[in-house]
Design a protein around this ligand. Structure first.
Ligand code: CTP
Length: 399
């Protein structure tokens, strides 16, 4: 698949650097040639000799090596590749890249290159979630840098969460997609995600327990297949994925407008947990406890149904509309009826009873319901559900 392709692999310093060796092996198996560049910190985890042996090529480590400059200068090195891959990319490397710093060989060639860059971050969960890192990720994504991972899971430091280096197989798949464009190239897909917040007064709102994890994972999986994704998100806990167009909204009505504005789209996936009701009596100033009238009485109105509105469009309807059905009882029966009532093509049913731990958790157990069948998928990580769904969407749109 990668025959004749030339990958420049920057190996940063991090506990996951050892996986870069497996990545080299997998890339070569696919027919690519790999030129490793190892940062000073990276050399604490991986020796140039082992990378060189696996890559079957010279390994570069220093900026000021006269021999290297004579044979192949760093500018040349950065441009001879079909793709520059950074794995693992530490928080420090991302910060350098986002700010255009060039104080060692890796950062210099990342600044000098005119080739596309794919980054596989790996760091402690708090470092990943830190605003500074998320700012750098957003800057880099805006600059067109591609991302794969990080994955979620137990980390070497004993914590749990996003920050693990994506598996070498996933990085190889992302490299292949980046070089070959992916099956969903030229397809535009709209994804809604997260909860909505419906204001009661300027400081209080009605919300739900959706973390936005499943929607984020779906957006990422679709973009990894080459789709152009518009990601419309309510106030979620999980950060939006890199490499997609993000539209932040708060209320259901804002989400509907954003979805309509994002059309036309080839497919639309409605993973958001939209609040069904909003408060019509929204107060303009904070409701005080000492109000003479006693306890406040809230009046509700039904929110627009975004999924039903888009599903039932007479013209310009996306070719594939996918809804979710969050149920606590009679999951299959309710979800099947919901698909028909809303008019979407597929509905992904899941049991969100508290004992399942699905709402706000890391795993999901879903049933994919279409016009003719109901297919149970085994319980798996939300990332795995997203990848499987993205494959199905890709098969539908490209058949
Ligand atoms: N949905 C939507 N707009 C709404 C409510 C729901 O787009 N105002 C979408 C959700 O994104 C999801 C699907 O409709 O894809 C089903 O959401 P769910 O909460 O399961 O169903 P509801 O329509 O809210 O019905 P109920 O609460 O009665 O189960």
């Amino acid at each position: 698949m990668l025959d004749g392709k030339n990958i420049l692999l920057v190996i940063g310093g991090g506990i996951a650097a050892f996986k870069a060796l497996d990545l080299i092996r997998q890339l070569r198996k696919q027919g690519a040639s790999v030129t490793p560049v190892i940062t000073r910190a990276g050399q604490e985890f991986v020796t140039p000799l082992s990378a060189s042996a696996l890559a079957g090529s010279k390994v570069y480590t220093d900026l000021f090596s006269l021999t290297d400059e004579a044979e192949m200068g760093h500018i040349e090195l950065s441009r001879a590749a079909d793709l520059v891959v950074v794995a693992p990319a530490t928080a420090d490397l991302l910060a350098k890249m986002a700010n255009g710093m060039a104080n060692d060989l890796a950062s210099t060639l990342l600044l000098a290159t005119d080739t596309r860059i794919l980054v596989a971050p790996s760091m402690n969960v708090r470092m990943w979630q830190h605003r500074a890192t998320q700012r750098n990720v957003a800057t880099l994504a805006g600059d067109g840098v591609l991302f794969v991972g990080p994955d979620e899971g137990a980390m070497a430091c004993g914590e749990f969460g996003p920050g693990r280096l994506a598996e070498p197989a996933a990085i190889t798949a992302a490299i292949t997609a980046a070089i070959t464009d992916g099956p969903l190239a030229n397809k535009h897909i709209l994804v809604t995600s997260g909860p909505t917040h419906e204001p009661i007064d300027p400081v209080r709102y009605i919300a739900n327990r959706s973390s936005g994890a499943q929607g984020s994972a779906i957006a990422l999986a679709l973009s990894a297949l080459g789709a152009k994704v518009t990601f419309i998100s309510g106030p979620a806990d999980v950060a939006p994925p890199a490499g997609v167009t993000v539209v932040q909204v708060k209320t259901a009505r804002e989400m509907l407008i954003a979805a309509q504005n994002a059309l036309p789209a080839d497919a639309a996936i409605f993973a958001a947990a939209v609040a069904d009701w909003r408060v019509t009596s929204e107060a303009k100033s904070k409701i005080k406890k000492d109000n003479k009238g006693g306890l406040p009485v809230l009046e509700f109105a039904e929110n627009p149904d975004i999924l039903a509105t888009i599903s039932q469009m007479k013209t310009g309807r996306p070719a594939l509309v996918v809804g979710f059905a969050a149920e606590t009882d009679n999951v299959l029966e309710n979800a099947t009826a919901k698909r028909l009532r809303k008019g979407c093509d597929w509905i992904i049913a899941n049991d969100v009873s508290p004992e399942t731990g699905i709402m706000g958790g890391h795993e999901n157990a879903v049933t994919l319901i279409d016009e003719t069948s109901a297919e149970n998928w085994p319980r798996m990580g939300k990332d795995a559900v997203a990848k499987q769904l993205a494959q199905r969407i890709s098969a539908f749109l490209t058949s």
